[in-house]
Design a protein around this ligand. Structure first.
Ligand code: FMN
Length: 79
């Protein structure tokens, strides 16, 4: 067993044991809409066994930082 060996965590079969913790990346736009920067960011780390993405605000009151994603407007939901 090593860092690069597979593991099953609950329902998830991971190809390796590298897990990225959630972090605030501030790559959405100022309206909280996820941007292509987020696609580049997570795609470039997709070899990890599991990526836990950043928190996503369910309402305007839930936004903690500038340029964090939300999921309370039609544009955010579509993105
Ligand atoms: C929504 C969310 C956002 C986070 N953003 C960051 C961040 O931007 N930078 C950071 O160092 N840790 C952030 N954390 C904490 C990390 O996930 C992690 O717990 C922390 O870096 C300590 O790592 P450790 O638990 O392996 O010691 C965030 C956690 C959550 C739940």
């Amino acid at each position: 067993m090593d860092l690069f060996s597979p593991i099953t965590l609950g329902d998830y079969a991971l190809t390796n044991r590298i897990v990225m913790a959630p972090m605030t990346r501030s790559r959405a736009d100022y309206q909280g809409v996820p941007s292509p920067l987020a696609v580049d960011y997570y795609a470039s780390r997709a070899d990890a066994g599991l990526l836990i993405t950043e928190g996503t605000a369910p309402s305007a009151a839930g936004l903690g930082y500038a340029r964090t994603p939300g999921i309370f407007t039609p544009d955010q939901i579509a993105a």
